[in-house]
Design a protein around this ligand. Structure first.
Ligand SMILES: NC(=O)c1ccc[n+]([C@@H]2O[C@H](COP(=O)([O-])OP(=O)(O)OC[C@H]3O[C@@H](n4cnc5c(N)ncnc54)[C@H](OP(=O)(O)O)[C@@H]3O)[C@@H](O)[C@H]2O)c1
Length: 278
């Protein structure tokens, strides 16, 4: 008997990184994982792997920012399994760059993926869980959901927004037996950084007066690499969020993420800014 036997768990952004690791982990624990992302070939390969290990996976490929794709994800899950036990809102990407240079359209796009689409999908899943009188919604935020940094504050703002609506949802949905949990990963080695650098390539190449700041931040990222976690570390926490009788409102992981949040809590803002600028 596994902890998640037969539970239907939707995971967005399952074609890579944290979502993919979560799909493998939760399927090993007996969950039927409904995996979604734009790259269908990646999802096919993941499904084959999961099934080879005697797990169950169901693919609904799509773009999270597309309203019809979100509706199809929920409808096909219900048609196939008749219920949704958990939703892991994981799809997302980072928008880098100084506020002066990031086009408003790029800022809107980042919010569209990380925030509005997360809400759109959650709105479709809530009535199903409310009817069941049970369910869990796990929102993958970030340490960036509580710490905003130079050259990253657009992304950080999307995650701060995820934290805020998660706090609201937690209270709104508790009476219906639905638990809402936020997960705050630190630096995890995935495709995330590559995607973020690609998204911001134009800005980085024409950084002008911000070139020095970009260089300093790049050095900091390089130093942090030594502490970076693996997607499996976060998959472990997602498993905990789905199985704890009384899950915490938020989990930060790995250790360096907890440390950063503690330092942020303890230091006055100016001192914290100084530490960030080192
Ligand atoms: N890595 C880190 O250090 C870190 C730290 C804190 C928080 N996080 C958060 O963790 C989550 C997962 O990131 P990751 O590190 O695993 O990055 P990743 O390796 O780049 O994976 C991102 C996933 O999101 C999917 N995705 C992106 N845009 C999408 C869209 N429009 N529609 C559907 N799917 C979309 C991608 O799939 P397709 O491209 O195939 O669509 C991919 O499966 C994100 O929310 C990220 O903000 C990451």
């Amino acid at each position: 008997m596994h902890r998640l036997d037969g539970q239907v768990v939707i995971i967005t952004g399952a074609s890579a990184g944290i979502g993919e690791a979560a799909a493998r982990r939760l399927a090993r624990e007996g969950a039927i994982v409904v995996i979604s992302a734009r790259r269908a070939d990646r999802l096919e390969a993941l499904k084959r792997d999961i099934e080879a290990a005697n797990g169950r996976a169901f693919i609904v490929a799509g773009d999270i920012t597309n309203e019809q794709d979100r509706a199809r994800l929920v409808q096909e899950t219900l048609d196939e399994f008749g219920r949704i036990d958990a939703l892991v809102n994981n799809a997302g990407y980072g928008q880098r760059g100084p506020i002066e240079l990031v086009p408003l359209d790029a800022i809107r796009r980042n919010f569209e993926t990380n925030f509005f689409s997360l809400i759109g999908l959650t709105q479709l899943v809530i009535p199903v869980m409310r009817e069941q009188r049970s369910g869990r919604i796990v929102n993958i935020s970030s340490v960036a959901g509580r710490i905003a940094r130079p050259l990253s504050s657009v992304y950080d703002a999307t995650k701060h927004a995820v934290e805020a609506i998660s706090d609201g949802l937690r209270g709104e949905l508790a009476p219906f037996g639905i638990k809402v949990v936020v997960i705050e990963p630190g630096f995890i080695i995935t495709e995330f950084l590559g995607v973020a650098n690609e998204e911001a390539r134009e800005i980085i190449e024409h950084a002008g007066p911000y070139a020095e700041t970009f260089e300093r931040v790049a050095k900091g990222t390089q130093r942090l690499r030594k502490l970076a976690g693996r997607p499996e570390d976060i998959a472990d926490v997602i498993f905990k969020a789905l199985t704890a009788d009384s899950p915490r409102a938020r989990y930060a992981a790995p250790g360096h993420a907890q440390f950063a949040l503690a330092v942020k809590r303890l230091l006055p803002t100016r001192l914290f800014d100084y530490v960030l600028s080192r």
